[in-house]
Design a protein around this ligand. Structure first.
Ligand code: SF4
Length: 211
């Protein structure tokens, strides 16, 4: 990053040393390091993945954003790019991979399928959006989104990273504990109900039966 982008404009630096000195905050430096090296997990689920591959190739070149190092292991990845139709058979594997990624980690839903089920919504074997299972940071619309749209989504993710603060980041908050061993088992059939509310729905159904 050039000096002028790293520096905070509210600090006046004498003109003659502006090329040599930058005054910034720890948050800005920390976020700059993370936003410039978001390594995606290397996997694709359906047709959207072809556009993701195109975005990585020479013409669009995600290396310009520090996102070209696609990792074959979740333990070295920062970002899960869910590119394609999420079937119920794949959900447990996707959640397991997400749980194995170290913090800080981000999820991007690429395309109509990953964002809400797409053309297969309410199909017996398709999840109506990965956000029912994972915390999605950025949604990219389209069927499929073009590589340009994917890159726009990546820039949005970078803007989101820019706004984070070490003090408030959830991964340093020891009070927030995730059950990393939890893997949901989706129920086959149309997602007419929100799977996040299954327990609530089951309790309401049991109460009705008992009444
Ligand atoms: S959104 Fe369209 S292009 Fe992407 S995986 Fe679904 S059907 Fe394929």
């Amino acid at each position: 990053m050039e000096n002028e982008k790293l520096s905070l404009p509210q600090y006046d630096i004498p003109e003659d040393i502006q090329n040599a000195v930058a005054i910034t905050t720890l948050d800005r430096l920390y976020n700059w390091g993370r936003r410039s090296s978001v390594w995606p997990l290397m996997f694709g689920l359906a047709c959207c993945a072809i556009e993701m591959i195109a975005a990585q190739a020479g013409r669009y070149d995600m290396a310009r954003f520090g996102m070209e190092v696609m990792r074959p292991t979740p333990r070295q990845a920062d970002m899960m790019l869910v590119s394609g139709t999420v079937t119920k058979k794949m959900v447990p594997a996707i959640i397991r991979l997400y749980n194995q990624m170290p913090e800080p980690k981000y999820v991007v839903a690429m395309g109509a399928c990953a964002s809400g089920g797409g053309p297969f919504k309410e199909g017996y074997n398709v999840v109506a959006g990965i956000d029912k299972f994972l915390p999605v940071d950025v949604y990219i619309p389209g069927c499929p989104p073009t590589p340009q749209a994917l890159i726009a989504g990546m820039i949005k993710l970078q803007e989101k990273i820019d706004k984070q603060s070490i003090k408030k980041a959830p991964w340093y908050n020891k009070k927030v504990k995730e059950d990393v061993n939890f893997v949901p088992v989706p129920v086959l059939g149309p997602d007419l109900m929100d799977p996040r509310r299954y327990e609530e729905i089951k309790a309401a159904a049991a109460a009705k039966e008992g009444a």
